[in-house]
Design a protein around this ligand. Structure first.
Ligand code: EPU
Length: 337
């Protein structure tokens, strides 16, 4: 076991903020994890599971063991006439999985192109974009319970998926390390381009046949145009979730802002947090070290040498302002540590 002491996490979080881990271990397989969990020296230390670091804001050092998931592999588990089930190591880069699926002409995750982070983090927050969510193709996952050191499986129902939510953000938070997951992808063409931004992007082209490859290309183009590249500007994607509001709140908003955008799915009404933030004039707001991205108001950015605490303070100011103006409480999408 090659445990590092006092390791900087600056290159392990896309916000690019400073934080140190007391101990840090790259794990390449299940045995590495089991060995670590059984080690006496580390028993009393908190375990912190890290993937690509693309959905986390560190506001302090980690006084425990950071377990960096490096379990790799994309394998075909089962094939039928219509579907292919794949098993993915949780330490695979998510977008490499999407690219692999598109190269193999498999449908289901192309709308989720270019989402940063590792595959193992995808079920934790049920990643979603452009009208698709991980849960739509998810079969099951496997991992190790940090308390019992036993392997466990979670089916789709066990995961309790919701909008950017799952059991791993609730009851099982911090208690389980995902080692692999299985997805069921379609061999038959099955496209989903109803999401407004995506639909419009296709409308203005002369593409005759919409395929998973074409969707991947379009999604990448849209994302590159409005979301900052974390390699260039520190950020963690959407900082807040889109709030779910009641019909009454929507009516109240509509009386003052007849054009307020909203999405309705079954009983749920969601409004874009980006719209609320823009209305309160935060878009492009800059502070000394951090700010709000000028092309998308849902993205907080590190403008240079921001600390996690500074970014969090900005987020809290935005939350307070939205609450005072709209009586709506924003919730972070990013994990704050
Ligand atoms: N809008 C504004 N101002 C802005 C940007 C957007 O008013 O600066 C309004 C517009 O009305 C626009 C609407 O917000 O039509 C929706 O914008 P967008 O399509 O960019 O989506 P979003 O709701 O802001 C969500 C996800 C994104 C995902 C996009 C596309 C959440 C918290 N975020 O954002 O996910 O890429 O949809 O599907 O649900 C992420 O999770 O990190 C992420 C980037």
């Amino acid at each position: 076991m090659n445990i590092l002491n006092s390791k900087s996490l600056i290159n392990h979080n896309t916000f690019k903020v400073h934080a140190n881990a007391k101990f840090f271990l790259n794990v390449k397989n299940e045995n590495d994890i089991i060995e670590l969990l059984k080690e006496k020296k580390f028993k009393t230390y908190k375990k912190f599971i890290l993937g690509g670091g693309s959905n986390i804001l560190f506001t302090k050092n980690i006084n425990g063991v950071v377990i960096h998931n490096q379990i790799k592999g994309i394998n075909i588990k089962k094939e039928t006439e219509k579907e292919t089930t794949i098993e993915i190591g949780a330490g695979e880069i998510w977008d490499n999985v999407v690219q692999w699926s598109v190269e193999n002409n498999l449908y289901g995750i192309e709308n989720l192109s270019l989402i940063p982070g590792y595959a193992g983090a995808a079920p934790i927050q049920n990643i979603g974009a452009y009208g698709a969510e991980l849960k739509d193709v998810f079969l099951e996952l496997e991992g190790i319970n940090l308390d019992t050191i036993k392997k466990n499986k979670f089916t789709k129902a066990d995961c309790q998926f919701g909008y950017r939510n799952s059991i791993f953000k609730k009851k099982m938070k911090g208690k389980f390390i995902i080692t692999k997951l299985q997805l069921v992808l379609s061999k038959k063409k099955k496209v989903n381009i109803l999401y407004k931004g995506l639909h419009e992007a296709f409308k203005n082209t002369n593409i005759k046949e919409v395929t998973c490859k074409k969707i991947r290309e379009k999604v990448i183009e849209i994302r590159r145009n409005k979301l900052p590249d974390p390699k260039k500007i520190g950020n963690a994607g959407s900082f807040f979730k889109n709030p779910i509001i009641s019909e009454r709140t929507l009516y109240r908003l509509q009386t003052k802002h007849p054009k307020v955008p909203f999405f309705q799915e079954k009983e749920e009404i969601k409004i874009p947090a980006a719209w609320l933030i823009e209305k309160c004039k935060w878009k492009g707001h800059t502070e000394k070290t951090c700010g709000v991205y000028n092309k998308h108001s849902l993205i907080l950015i590190n403008r240079g040498d921001a600390t996690g605490k500074e970014i969090l303070a900005l987020a809290n100011k935005i939350k307070k302002d939205i609450y005072e103006n709209f009586n709506i409480q924003l919730e972070e999408e990013v994990n704050i540590s």
